[in-house]
Design a protein around this ligand. Structure first.
Ligand SMILES: [Zn+2]
Length: 343
């Protein structure tokens, strides 16, 4: 399999930052806020790897507690539909719009967690609430659009809810016998009523890697399907029977003909579009190698110094991935300062 830069190839739901991203540039609320330093890893706080709510897994099968929580007017429900939720936008920030349980539509219901004040949060998959007349600051938004603008609590809740909703939407039948399955554990699993098998939310692990040469230059590539000037680091899905580190080396070789070693883990971020987990790595490429791109997926790939990046972004010759993506943070960790611009 060949992935594109930032885009593991295999069709449905490429875990890549894409065209729909607003030019949310530097200066948006720090994704670091509220993340204990020890949890930030080499990449700092990643936009979609934040949370401020206890997932309360022990409550998922406690039907009595769930009934009380759903009847509590203080309970807050996040409605998600096709990867989007209602958000209220203000300057350089966004907040999710929750509804009380009676206002939630019918649909799969997930317990998302309980906050420190004891407020329960649920997700429901269904039509979004009416944003109300003439309220232009409230509108539906995807994680790509809003992930970086949300606070820790809302970023975690929306990522959790979208991931579950996406899974239920495509996992309606038993993979063993074909019967229609039913949600259990507050939407965190499904059970087959015929053979009793349990099915858990699926994740597709994908690797995304910073490749540098002996001169400290970074390998950036452009996917053949991307509009001109967009570049990112390489990425691809982990294959069955393969370690993440092996996937890094294989993808780089397949896409650019470059052999790498010294593969090191940097950090991870969920990317539920529709169900990926992005695993960030660095790798070193010995010098003297010729880049040979896989013309199917990769239109071009080149080594860039930090000065190259600064100059080419400033001139509009290069465009880098948006801050919500792990690609952005990985490139930033190499660049050593806030990136000069992005999609
Ligand atoms: Zn079955």
């Amino acid at each position: 399999m060949t992935g594109a830069p930032g885009v593991p190839a295999a069709g449905a739901g490429v875990p890549a930052a894409d065209a729909g991203v607003p030019a949310a540039d530097a200066g948006v609320p720090a994704a670091d806020a509220g993340v204990p330093a020890a949890d930030r890893g080499a990449l700092g706080g990643l936009a979609l790897a934040r949370s401020a709510v206890d997932r309360a897994a022990e409550r998922r099968t406690d039907e009595a507690w769930l009934a009380v929580a759903w009847a509590d007017p203080a309970t807050r429900v996040l409605v998600v539909d096709d990867g989007r939720a209602l958000a209220r936008f203000s300057e350089q920030r966004a907040d999710l719009v929750f509804v009380p349980p009676p206002d939630a539509p019918d649909g799969e219901r997930f317990l998302l967690g309980v906050d420190t004040a004891g407020v329960a949060y649920f997700g429901v998959a269904g039509p979004l609430p009416d944003p109300g007349p003439a309220v232009q600051s409230v509108r539906p938004a995807s994680l790509r659009e809003v992930g970086q603008l949300l606070g820790d609590r809302d970023a975690g809740l929306m990522t959790h809810a979208v991931a579950l909703a996406n899974w239920h939407a495509i996992t309606t039948h038993c993979s063993r016998c074909g019967a229609v399955t039913v949600p259990v554990s507050s939407g965190h699993a499904r059970r087959c009523p015929v053979d009793g098998s349990e099915h858990f939310p699926r994740l597709d692990p994908a690797v995304i890697m910073l490749v540098t040469d002996p001169d400290g230059r970074c390998l950036l590539a452009r996917n053949a399907s991307w509009p001109g000037r967009r570049v990112s680091i390489l990425a691809g899905f982990v294959e069955p029977g393969e370690s993440a580190e092996q996937a890094v080396a294989r993808e780089v070789l397949e896409e650019t003909g470059i052999t790498v070693g010294n593969v090191r883990y940097l950090g991870s971020q969920p990317w539920p579009m529709p169900h990926s987990l992005m695993l960030g790595f660095s790798a070193l490429a010995p010098g003297g190698q010729q880049i040979q791109v896989d013309d199917n997926e990769i239109a071009e790939a080149n080594w860039f110094s930090r000065d190259d990046v600064r100059e080419k972004v400033a001139s509009g010759e290069l465009r880098l991935p948006p801050p919500v993506s792990i690609a952005h943070r990985i490139i930033e960790s190499w660049y050593g300062a806030q990136l000069p611009g992005s999609w």
